[in-house]
Write a protein that binds this ligand. Sequence first.
Ligand SMILES: [Zn+2]
Length: 81
Amino acid sequence: MMLDVLVPVCAICGTPITADRLTCSDDCHEKAVDFIESQYGYYKKVVDAVSGITYRVPVRDIIELGLKHSDLVNYPAWDEE
Ligand SMILES: [Zn+2]
């Protein structure tokens, strides 16, 4: 969910924000997480391109922490259909 805009604004309310954030406040952040979870589910399947293993990663972690390849091994494998 990287937003690539010239003038960064809050994804929820449109308030101008610093470039390294998605929203302007904790309140808007929670709304953004809720929205994304409602659209995409609580977990996202993330495939390790190197090992081919699919991991079950909480969407919130991706939003709040970002996700590096080296972090993937900390998550459980996605082994259910
Ligand atoms: Zn906002």
